[in-house]
Design a protein around this ligand. Structure first.
Ligand code: PEP
Ligand code: MN
Length: 290
């Protein structure tokens, strides 16, 4: 499709994130998994790494359900300082053990510049969370790392602000950035946030970066997640990130939005049908779990 100058957008066309600067799609290769190519990539796992047992069990069920990349937070940005904050380095160790067991690459959040080196030591993809979208020192540090960055849109960030924030990462020399729409805050209270589906075609048009969608944080309810995951793929997303827990009722964070293992496996099957309908396919893991 011809890319033309969009005069409605305030973003200059000379930015590093812009399609005018780089017309071809950026495809990010994570241990052979290509994010931003023809195949839809599925990231799944618990909100937080809670224990070795919980993580390994969830990792196995997401692997067998069709996930390509394992997610799990070791440092959690909780609304209340009294809520479970994550296991820190212990959690990173369990993530790396789960990677060894399943073969799935891992993605985990870094919240603090002082932990960047530590998180990079363990993870395959660095996650920058919604609350950190405006943490420019953190973005610059991520830009200096030699790891792909899954960069989430701030819950109050406009698309222009989001792209300028992404520019901070690219400007430091790291162009391996995966954009992630995860819902924005609106007046609506039936969902945790409002999934901005329009952001998908807008980001795909204005940037060359892969775009994924997190319907878990966008909706806050596990029963809405499958519908929004399918909508995201239909709208042109390159992947989805889904929270799954082997026992959602026992989860220490985000249980209500976490899918049960069998719902996740069904979701992957349904997403595959949508992917095919829009001329794409889903990435199938080659390696068997150990
Ligand atoms: C997460 O994905 O673990 C998370 C905390 O999401 P967000 O930053 O989008 O709230
Ligand atoms: Mn969560």
């Amino acid at each position: 499709m011809k890319v033309y100058k969009d005069n409605n957008q305030s973003n200059g066309e000379s930015y590093l994130v812009s399609r005018q600067t780089k017309p071809d799609d950026t495809v990010i290769n994570v241990n052979g998994i290509k994010i931003g190519g023809k195949e839809i990539v599925i990231i799944a796992g618990p909100c937080a790494v809670e224990s070795r047992k919980q993580l390994l069990e969830t990792a196995k069920v997401v692997y067998s359900g069709g996930a390509n990349i394992l997610r799990g937070g070791a440092f959690k940005p909780r609304t209340s300082p009294y809520s479970f904050q994550g296991l820190g380095e212990e959690g990173l160790k369990y993530l790396s053990e789960a990677r060894n067991e399943t073969g799935l690459p891992i993605v985990t959040e870094v919240m603090d510049t002082r932990k960047m080196e530590l998180v990079c030591k363990y993870t395959d993809i660095i996650q920058i969370g919604s609350r950190s979208m405006h943490n420019f020192p953190l973005l610059k540090e991520a830009g200096k790392c030699n790891k792909p960055v899954l960069f989430k849109r701030g819950l109050m960030g406009t698309i222009d602000e989001y792209l300028l924030a992404a520019e901070y990462i690219l400007n430091e020399g790291n162009n391996q950035v995966i954009l992630c729409e995860r819902g924005i805050r609106t007046f609506e209270t039936s969902t945790r946030n409002t999934l901005d589906l329009s952001a998908i075609p807008i980001l795909k048009r204005r940037t060359h970066l892969p775009v994924i969608v997190d319907p878990s944080h966008a909706t806050g309810h596990n029963w809405i997640v499958p519908a929004m995951a399918k909508a995201a793929i239909a709208a042109g997303a390159d992947g989805i990130m889904i929270e799954v827990h082997h026992k959602p009722l026992d989860a220490l964070s985000d249980g209500p939005q976490s899918l049960y293992p069998d719902n996740f496996a069904q979701l992957v099957k349904d997403v595959e049908k949508i992917a095919i309908a829009v001329g794409r396919s889903i990435y199938h893991n080659i390696q068997s779990p150990a």
